[in-house]
Write a protein that binds this ligand. Structure first.
Ligand SMILES: Nc1ncnc2c1ncn2[C@@H]1O[C@H](COP(=O)(O)OP(=O)(O)OP(=O)(O)O)[C@@H](O)[C@H]1O
Ligand SMILES: [Mg+2]
Length: 235
């Protein structure tokens, strides 16, 4: 993105009760993108598996700082709100959530979110799980389509496969925007191991992946702007 990013606080939640859909991968890469863009960024990991937390621990100290919160921990002697407090000046909060969430927990995680992104893999099982997740978001969590804060990201995509076309057809029936399509790429696996983000890799290596992130970041950054209200409205 060439435009400077506004610094008003924004909370982005990655959520899909289906394991392995890409929540931690997307959360860590978005956090790295924001930090590298000069935003004061917090990465909150609510998953006891701690994938995002471990990624942050592996992050080289030479790279832009990301404030981590191991939100899955319940440390003794401090209140929950103290444990989850944001440092002053925080402008982006990226939230990684666990798999196997109950509908009630989905509502909790999304209540204060400015943007809710559901990563989905192109497979019949993942498509069905995504349908259930979206249903819980719209019913139990009462996320309204007209709020335009809910979108889907197709992850680990091999274009021109039958299953990818099934995913696109399915998303068309949901009336929820598909804001990005990310390919299957070794860069994500390397980034996960080394605590870096795609945007911090050699551009010649990561360029095709970075290009796929532009619509995702653009969509997230336009949430809450007057022009975004009603754009994808239907409910
Ligand atoms: N676009 C991609 N290309 C290649 N590998 C990917 C991609 N996205 C995710 N992966 C890999 O897939 C695996 C699962 O991804 P990830 O851990 O982000 O999923 P998750 O939804 O957070 O899983 P969980 O529900 O267990 O927390 C990881 O090994 C990750 O490196
Ligand atoms: Mg995870």
């Amino acid at each position: 993105m060439d435009q400077p990013i506004p610094t008003t606080l924004r909370r982005v939640v990655f959520l899909n009760p289906k394991g392995g859909s890409g929540k931690s991968t997307l959360a860590t890469n978005l956090a790295a993108f924001y930090a590298a863009s000069g935003m004061q960024t917090v990465l909150m990991d609510f998953d006891p598996q701690a994938s995002s937390w471990r990624w942050l621990k592996a992050r080289p100290s030479t790279l832009a700082h990301i404030h981590g919160i191991a939100a899955y921990e319940r440390p003794a002697g401090v209140t929950r709100s103290f444990h989850l407090r944001l440092p002053p000046g925080t402008s982006r909060v990226v939230v990684d959530t666990p798999a196997a969430l109950e509908p009630g927990e989905i509502a909790e995680f999304t209540r204060d979110a400015d943007a809710i992104l559901v990563p989905v893999l192109p497979s019949p099982i993942d498509i069905r799980a995504c349908a259930r997740c979206i249903e819980h978001l719209l019913t139990t969590a009462k996320v309204k389509r007209r709020e335009s804060r809910l979108a889907v990201v197709a992850n680990r995509v091999r274009p021109n496969t039958l299953v990818f076309h099934s995913l696109i057809r399915f998303l068309g029936t949901l009336d929820i925007p598909l804001v990005a399509t990310l390919r299957e790429s070794q860069n994500y696996i390397r980034a996960a191991d080394t605590g870096i983000g795609l945007h911090e890799m050699q551009p010649e290596r990561s360029h095709p992946d970075m290009a796929q992130w532009v619509p995702l970041v653009t969509w997230v950054e336009s949430r809450g702007m007057p022009a975004s209200k009603g754009v994808e409205a239907s409910a």
